[in-house]
Design a protein around this ligand. Structure first.
Ligand code: NAD
Length: 438
């Protein structure tokens, strides 16, 4: 099949490369010329494990190409995916659909024969209807289908998720469009990945319901963690105790600094707005959004408390800036709020992240960057683990203790056992358990 992918970011690039790997002929389009130039020179504009090799192989096989020119890629394509950003709109928090609608207008001008236009971007219920209206209004002559195919991949594990998905959701309003979508995913069908065919609005809402549920699960265990700290219980053991119940499941029960990233914050907010507009508020999700917002800054207060109540003039070292490991994505990362809270309280911040420092620089002022975890900890009054990169899982704690000005380890991801830290002379302050004593 010939496929055009509009938008070559975290989702478009991975999806395009994987679809090419299935044997389709894919052109990935982006309006950012620097991204396309980098891709054409074999450089990845984002960090995603395994992506460079996958892209290189499919470019070599001539199944994958990159361009800023949408027209020739869309003309003759049987499926045109829209994978542009849908960030929170400034002011009201609703999803900003301007990129989606702009892409739809460009696609309308370029289409030649029958094609299915597919929204892969996360879009509020009814966006597919509006995309169809835009296409038909611009080109009443067009023979098209409009489908919704929300993406569930996780950054950091995106290729595996795309190739071996838990499920594929396809929202189509007619059999012809559904048949094209079935053909797109036929290689996965052979792998027995469940494909759910639904109405378009159902598919659109399924994506928001999934992200809101996961965000709720994280926020639930975070609140239980706070309670654990007060009552002298241990949240990791509570999480294991409930997670072994199949009805609950063990995933997304790791207490931490609050969820961040490019999806959960904006998608929970957009769902709240949609539900309010339809007169059926989702109060649980409203609460999740509020609790999570407060939590990120509360983590700065946790660090301040661990430093004896003041960080003024102190050097606080942060390990991990990205919202999770194995990505360079800094969008809505908890580190941003934590750093702001610490700087407001007078701390000097030094930080290290294996992949995220380039994206972090324009977002942060007054932060020093270190070359590695140990250089970061040198002379620090507290070391804070914000993101659980593998590189931070087996640090030499005795070495850290020897080089720090004060032996305080604030472990916001519960990477280290308090006893282990204490054995090496560090005071361990985790999430959801009593802090270890000096
Ligand atoms: N990042 C994730 O993990 C993830 C997972 C599932 C779903 N999603 C959803 O997928 C969508 C894309 O997310 P992302 O993280 O890939 O965003 P991104 O910002 O990394 O990529 C979007 C790309 O689209 C390009 N673009 C915008 N308008 C364009 C146009 N008219 N023509 C060509 N290119 C255009 C931008 O230049 C950018 O490179 C969002 O709706 C997001 O919610 C993201």
């Amino acid at each position: 099949m010939r496929i055009a992918m509009i938008g070559s970011g975290y989702v478009g690039l991975v999806s395009g490369a994987c679809l090419a790997d299935f044997g389709h002929e894919v052109v990935c389009i982006d309006k950012d010329p620097t991204k396309i130039a980098a891709l054409n020179e074999g450089r990845m504009p984002i960090y995603e494990p395994g992506l460079d090799a996958l892209v290189a192989e499919n470019v070599r096989q001539k199944r994958l190409a990159f361009s800023t020119d949408l027209k020739p890629a869309v003309a003759g394509a049987q499926a045109v995916f829209i994978a542009v950003g849908t960030p929170s709109r400034r002011g009201d928090g609703f999803a900003d659909l301007s990129y989606v609608y702009a892409a739809a207008r460009e696609i309308a001008e370029a289409l030649t024969g029958y094609a299915v236009v597919v929204t892969k971007s996360t879009v509020p219920v009814g966006t597919g209807d509006e995309v169809e209206r835009i296409l038909r209004e611009a080109r009443p002559d067009l023979d098209i289908g409009v489908a919704s195919n929300p993406e569930f991949l996780r950054e950091g594990a995106a290729i595996g998720d795309f190739k071996r998905p838990d499920r594929i959701v396809i929202g189509a309003e007619d059999a012809r469009a559904a048949a094209v979508m079935q053909e797109v995913y036929r290689p996965l069908y052979l792998n027995q990945a469940p494909i759910l065919f639904t109405g378009r609005r159902t598919a659109e809402l399924t994506k928001y319901a999934a992200n809101a549920f996961l965000a709720t699960k994280i926020t639930f265990i975070n609140e239980i963690a706070d309670l654990c700290e007060q009552v002298g219980a241990n949240v990791q053991e509570v999480a294991r105790g409930i997670g072994l119940d199949n009805r609950i499941g063990a995933k997304f029960l790791h207490a931490g600094p609050g969820y961040g990233g490019s999806c959960f914050p904006k998608d929970t907010l957009a769902l709240v707005k949609t539900a309010q507009d339809y007169g059926t508020p989702v109060r649980i999700v409203e609460t999740v959004v509020a609790v999570n917002d407060q939590r990120k800054r509360a983590m700065a207060r946790k660090v301040i408390a661990a430093c004896g109540g003041s960080v003024r003039g102190k050097r606080v070292a942060l390990l991990g800036l990205t919202f999770k490991p194995n990505t360079d994505d800094m969008r809505d990362a908890p580190s941003l709020s934590i750093i702001a809270g610490l700087q407001d309280a007078g701390a000097r911040i030094v930080a290290y992240d294996p992949e995220g420092m380039e994206q972090a620089r324009p977002l942060l002022q007054g932060v020093d960057y270190a070359e590695d975890a140990y250089a970061c900890a040198e002379g620090a009054d507290a070391l804070v683990i914000v993101t659980e990169w593998n590189a931070f899982r087996a640090l030499d704690l005795a070495r850290l203790k020897a080089m720090m000005a004060a032996p305080v380890l604030v472990d916001l991801r519960n990477v280290y056992a308090p006893d282990e830290a204490r054995r090496h002379g560090l005071r361990h302050v985790g999430v959801g358990a009593l802090a270890s004593r000096d």
